[in-house]
Design a protein around this ligand. Structure first.
Ligand code: 5AD
Ligand code: SF4
Length: 356
């Protein structure tokens, strides 16, 4: 082991609190150091959240977006993209199919589509909850009142990533928006009793290893319940089309470091990682991840939810996907979650403290 890495790694082994400097050393690990880091995260994952892998079915119900994020293919400025908005019936149809297939969580995701009304989403949540599933919403930055309405309708979780912990980079890449406002939304959600999903991209232009270390520390500070960490993939119709893609190796190190700093957290093996490496899911599950979020949207719309190009598994029918995932999870000696797979920070945290 590289001596500088060894020092930080030993702190992780002893479960000492890791500083930003320690995380920078861990994130830079290569070769056998990187493998040791990921193995340790895999062990901590086993101890803290067990061997269950939770499957969450994502329904991408609208690709309209009012925002202009420089990294994302759904940005309003991308006029080359065909737009769609599913009807309530279309959403209910795919949701029922997913629930029949065995999904216990549905994630409703869209761009910031202000023409899909708050009331329509409220009604959807109420209808979906009748099917005995946990509901995650991912519909962007809204007011406290809107989040409250959806929470009262039955929504369990909300996914709103911090994207980057660097406030200057954040506002450069998300014109008109600030990191502070984003974190304020996250505080509202925690306050309302949602399980909070955050996350960040790895390899954004202008991001440094120190930014990534800070990303993990900020998520710990926000006591997030879930953290979606995936590589940035440039999209040809965005201002970042010439930028380089994020690294798979660094993304795996990020997952591992996030697991070490937040043992309780739900960590998905992101679709973006699988898009860059067909083995991505497996590698992530062996580096601390314990969640997979397959796409259960109607086939004909999937290619239009083009956040980045060549999204993985865009054509997989529901049944094939289900079987393939079960095979993968079982081949790793793990099991598929059969309950909602909630993550309550406090409970999980005390569980971890007693266990490790
Ligand atoms: N590459 C990877 N991930 C992206 N996202 C948006 N654009 C990209 C991209 N080009 C992620 C962001 C956002 C989510 C919808 O997708 O993290 O929160
Ligand atoms: Fe819209 Fe979200 Fe894409 Fe930004 S990242 S353009 S808010 S869909």
């Amino acid at each position: 082991m590289k001596p500088s890495f060894q020092q930080a790694f030993n702190k992780a082994l002893q479960q000492e609190e890791l500083t930003q400097e320690d995380l920078v050393l861990l994130l830079q690990a290569q070769g056998e150091d990187a493998q040791a880091l990921r193995n340790l995260a895999n062990e901590v994952r086993h101890q803290a959240v067990g061997d269950v892998v939770h499957l969450r079915g994502i329904i991408e119900f609208s690709n309209y977006c009012s925002q202009q994020c420089h990294y994302c293919g759904l940005r309003a400025g991308n006029t080359a993209l065909g737009r769609y908005r599913l009807t309530q019936e279309e959403i209910m149809t795919v949701a029922e199919a997913a629930v029949r297939r065995g999904y216990k969580t549905l994630v409703l995701q869209s761009g910031e589509d202000m023409n899909f009304s708050v009331e329509a989403i409220t009604e959807l949540v109420q209808e979906l909850k009748k099917m005995d599933v946990a509901i995650t919403l991912s519909c962007g930055e809204r007011s406290y009142q809107v989040y409250e309405q959806w929470r009262l309708a039955g929504a369990d979780r909300y996914l709103i990533k911090q994207e980057t912990s660097d406030p200057i980079l954040f506002s450069r890449l998300r014109p008109g928006r600030t990191l502070d406002e984003r974190l304020e939304c996250q505080r509202y959600l925690k306050d309302l009793g949602y399980q909070l999903g955050s996350g960040c991209m790895v390899g954004l232009p202008g991001q440094t290893i120190a930014t990534l270390a800070q990303d993990i520390l900020l998520m710990r500070e926000m006591q997030v319940n879930m953290s979606g960490i995936g590589p940035f993939i440039p999209h040809g119709q965005t201002p970042l089309k010439m930028a380089s893609r994020g690294s798979v190796e660094l993304t795996l190190n990020m997952l591992a470091a996030a697991r070490l700093v937040m043992p309780w957290v739900h960590l998905p093996a992101t679709t973006a990682l699988s898009t860059l490496n067909p083995e991505g899911r497996k590698l992530a599950l062996l580096s601390g991840a314990n969640v997979i979020m397959p796409n259960v949207s109607p086939q004909e719309f999937r290619s239009l939810y083009q956040i980045y190009p060549d999204k993985y598994c865009i054509n997989d029918p529901l049944d094939d996907h289900w079987e393939e995932l079960h095979n993968l999870i079982h081949s790793l000696g793990r099991t598929v979650g059969t309950d909602y797979g909630h993550n309550y920070f406090e409970e999980a945290f005390s569980y971890v403290q007693s266990k490790i």
